[in-house]
Design a protein around this ligand. Sequence first.
Ligand code: GAL
Length: 640
Amino acid sequence: MRALGVCYYPEHWPEEIWPEDAAAMVAAGLTWVRIGEFAWSRLEPEPGHLDFAWLDRAIAVLAGAGLKVVLGTPTATPPRWMLTRHPDMLAVDAQGRQRGFGSRRHYCFSHAGYRAESARIVTLLAERYGRAPGIAAWQPDNEYGCHDTTLSYSPAAATAFQSWLRARYGSIAALNSAWGTVFWAMEYRAFEEVGLPNLTVTEPHPAHVLAFRRFSSDQVVAFNRVQVDILRAATAAPILHNFMGRETGFDHFDVGRDVDIASWDSYPVGFLEDRIEADEAWRQAFRCQGDPDFQAFHHDLYRATGRGRWWVMEQQPGPVNWAPWNAAPLPGLARFWAWEAFAHGAEAVVYFRWRQLPFGQEQLHSGLLRPDRGETAALREVRQVAAELSDAPEIGQSAADVALIFDYPSAWGWEAQPQGQDFSYFRLVLEVYRGVRRLGLSVDILPGHAADLSAYAMVLAPGILAWDDALRAALAAYAGLAVLGPRAGARTAEFAIPPRLPPDLDPLDLKVEAVESLRPGVEIALAEGGAFRHWQEQCSGTAAVVERTEAGAPAVFAAGGLRYLAGWPDAVAMRRLLAGFAAEARLRTLDLPEGVRVRDTATERFVFNHTRDSVPASAVPGLQQPLGPADFVRLPRAEV
Ligand code: GAL
């Protein structure tokens, strides 16, 4: 049974109104409430002086009203006294400046003293609430990596990095040889000599940067694991973390392995302004709805990192406060977004936040209630979703025919050496995802170490930095159609060009002999329509040329079930090429109007209209009547 919930901060409100809030949540059809994740200064106002009594009462009120509580650990907001105790626990930015107190996430993942403090408070919470009847799930910390906090260039990070390097390479000679430090005479004589890759005169060595990114990701995993281990020993309730949109600082598949449920925080209208490359027309068209693919991409991503179990832990209800411009979502979207998440398999959608707070940084962030406790339109939509959930048929398991590989180390590698200012791995993957979704196909996302592709008719692997052995073997055994490139298999795991040249994958007899990045506005027209932009490659080999540029250069190659794109297709070429590949893979595709997307489950097709206009019934097979703006429909699969 799918469920709804809300994020609530009892410490922000007078205790007298907690019962009224709890009753109103239940009346709205909410069953989950998340609390606690920023409350450390109230739980421990002075070092060692604990006050859990108010939290006991808050849990009693909420659970007493029938709500299930997700209890957050408060480690994203260490209180001010913590800095007096551990002045060096703050992260240091790439410019060498210590980050300050006065907002949140002011800690360095590598600081042993802060890790111990985190373990201490989590232990206390686990001992007190591990078996408490109202606590139905736990959330360690809040949004790892938010506000660029994964990377820290602190002394603690420097020391921990050296230990990490010793464990990875064994000897300094092995590190020198793996990285190729003979270049510019960067050879090291001992691990103690290896510093952090910041403040160098010009760009640091990319292998050094990639190692630091791997290390920093592992530090997040280790920090989280401390909390998970403590919680596991004390509770049988599931553990989940709230991940973010377009956060590639650490490997979410690695953190995901340690939790029971992945969740993420979805702010579609904020993200469009803040986190997506888009032209002005696109921004105008979707400014009150959000990008039609960004949320779905993350739903599919977190379904994968959560190994099937995932939630939306924070759902935008109205305007947010943090994007460059903060539009009000179109009426209907608080409902629409919940159903979009359910269609992708979410178990729960939790709105952020219950009531708009009249003070602090987020006073212009909407909630389900206004600051004066009045209702918002979003609350009425939430009630509607709750009513629909109790009536509607359960959503069947998803069964996508297409898989898309998303690999965090590739994001790190291409950030280390983009070669063109606008080469972004995330952007490339999202554009490929958008391309397949425009064809009406549903997608599963797989990690770069995916070992079994056999369930899919088509697999897409754009921009994979280095082939993982498991993926190499899976591709060799794969009987479907695999679409690779651009820039796939272009480096070894230690960031060198592979000896036999990219894409370095049998049986694709192809060598990328040269690459070129393309400045904005440059388009390399393709013979059949559309163009390459951002990036193109010159390749040679015996693989068949299936498409050329207008000027006659080979642009797309084929060998057996492998296809290779020697450039970054624009939207027109992407759609055309992917439609052709899908046809080769015997997939049935649609030609959807812009902003209309479908999501297939085993039994149903959901059609979502992300545009501001009605979509005529004739535009999508199976639609019986026009689909209004910010609306969706559920169609039986048998009828489409
Ligand atoms: C998230 C965060 C919440 C809140 C929200 C505002 O990033 O987890 O605590 O700040 O954004 O949109």
